[in-house]
Ligand binder design. Structure first.
Ligand SMILES: Cc1cc2nc3c(=O)[nH]c(=O)nc-3n(C[C@H](O)[C@H](O)[C@H](O)COP(=O)(O)OP(=O)(O)OC[C@H]3O[C@@H](n4cnc5c(N)ncnc54)[C@H](O)[C@@H]3O)c2cc1C
Length: 405
């Protein structure tokens, strides 16, 4: 099978790259290992697909901690506003929610995939099922791939859009790293970003979620790297939930030395919280401290609060000393958990690391090492915070691929 352009991977970036190339008049083959396109897209935004963020180019770049300079050209040329216009025109009406997050009005990720599929068919893209196993390079020129079953697909240019290695059940198992490696590309070691954290002392609270708390994460030197209010979840291994996933993207040096502090009462400053404690403890002087704290916090949290504040739960509330009360206030405003690790990359929302961007042209995503080879999406060493920015990276890099070539 021969085409002008072969796109490997039918996820967000691959579908967009194939569609953009076909609309420019190229004969395009899109190779996807799964029966269906966009399996990861299907689960984005809890099945609602937060497909971009309604913000300016500079705000978008500010939400990309890794290699945003490399992405400046691509995101300027296909901005969040362009992505919104593109999908509206493709037949997906959009709405903007909290934090400028953009979703389909229908709240269905499947509508985004269906629209892309319709667009691909209309543009005449040939969708082929198969798993690329080897890149075919002849005389320094990428000219196709060999599939798992031995079938060979040839094209004048190959765009690799195989994604990272997170949520491998969706098909993104890191094949692209091997394919790019065959062309001599450096692969920055992949690791999880937007990933749950392993932390000590969380097992007793397993399964419990906390709403309206604030999470602060400090590095080994005590510098705050993340602070936000929202929701988190205790698990058997440590901490998860939206706040924690967001925090992990700011932990650029892995997990070493970080501490998570949970402010259980973000709406109250220390003074106000102390007054509340004086009232609760004083008004229930004969009862145990543990019992009295139940008015303030979920029962399963109280043992940890007392242990960290070094206050005995059996002690009578009326006998709590002023220093002990101060320790309780401090603990309620910053329950501490030493982070011991990030969960494996497979459990991460996105994969940090990937194809080293200094070996790729920021103008057209072309390989600087091998002619005819291009990249798009999460396979590249780029990643962003939550809010629709990771998909925007996929759309923008896909759009840039093969332009100015
Ligand atoms: C649970 C979850 C929720 C998310 N929610 C959001 C969100 O709301 N907003 C947001 O911006 N981002 C979100 N993300 C991140 C976003 O989904 C990814 O960044 C994005 O999908 C990356 O696009 P991609 O095309 O580069 O890779 P993928 O979407 O991973 O697509 C890669 C495709 O390549 C195929 N493939 C792999 N190897 C081969 C091979 N050898 N041969 C042929 N095909 C192959 C795969 O099957 C897959 O279909 C979420 C991620 C997860 C896991």
């Amino acid at each position: 099978l021969t085409a002008d352009i072969l796109v490997v991977g039918g996820g967000a970036a691959g579908c967009m790259a194939a569609l953009a190339a076909a609309r420019r008049g190229a004969a395009v083959v899109l190779l996807e290992r799964n029966e269906k396109l966009g399996r990861k897209l299907y689960i984005t935004g809890k099945g609602r697909c937060n497909l971009t963020n309604c913000c300016s180019v500079s705000e978008c770049l500010a939400h990309i901690p890794r290699n945003s300079r490399f992405l400046t050209s691509a995101i300027t040329r296909f901005s969040p506003a362009d992505a919104m216009a593109f999908f509206e025109e493709l037949g997906v009406p959009l709405k903007v929610e909290r934090g400028n997050r953009v979703f389909p009005v229908s709240d269905r990720a499947s509508d985004v995939i269906d629209a892309l599929l319709r667009g691909l068919r209309r543009a005449g893209v040939d969708i082929v099922r198969g798993r690329a196993a080897q890149l075919i390079v002849r005389a320094g020129q990428a000219c196709g791939v060999r599939c798992e079953g031995g079938e060979e697909l040839y094209a004048r240019a190959v765009i690799l859009a195989t994604g990272g290695m997170s949520y491998p059940a969706t098909g993104s198992t890191g094949d692209g790293y091997r394919l790019a490696g065959q062309a001599g590309h450096t692969i920055v070691p992949p690791r999880g970003s937007l990933v749950p954290l392993e932390a000590e002392g969380c097992a007793a609270m397993q399964g419990m979620s906390l709403r309206n708390v604030a999470l602060r994460v400090a590095d080994g030197a005590g510098e705050t790297v993340f602070e936000e209010q929202g929701e988190l979840l205790f698990t058997h291994f440590g901490l998860s939930g939206p706040l924690v996933l967001s925090a992990s993207a700011h932990m650029r040096s892995g997990a070493a030395g970080y501490t998570a502090f949970i402010d259980l009462k973000p709406a109250l400053d220390e003074k106000t919280l102390d007054r509340r404690l004086v009232r609760e403890l004083g008004g229930n002087g004969g009862r145990s401290v543990g019992h009295v704290l139940e008015a303030l916090e979920p029962v399963r949290l109280i043992g940890t609060v007392l242990a960290q504040a070094q206050v005995s739960g059996q002690q009578r509330a009326g006998e709590v000393s002023r220093p002990a009360r101060a320790r309780l206030v401090k603990t309620l405003k910053g329950l501490r958990f030493a982070v011991t690790g990030l969960r494996p990359v497979e459990e991460a929302i996105v994969t940090a690391g990937g194809v080293e961007v200094s070996e790729v042209s920021p103008k057209n995503m072309g390989s600087k090492l091998v002619k005819g080879l291009y990249f798009a999406g999460e396979l590249l060493d780029v990643d962003a915070y939550t809010g629709g920015f990771n998909l925007q990276i996929a759309w923008s890099t896909a759009h840039a691929a093969l332009t100015f070539s």
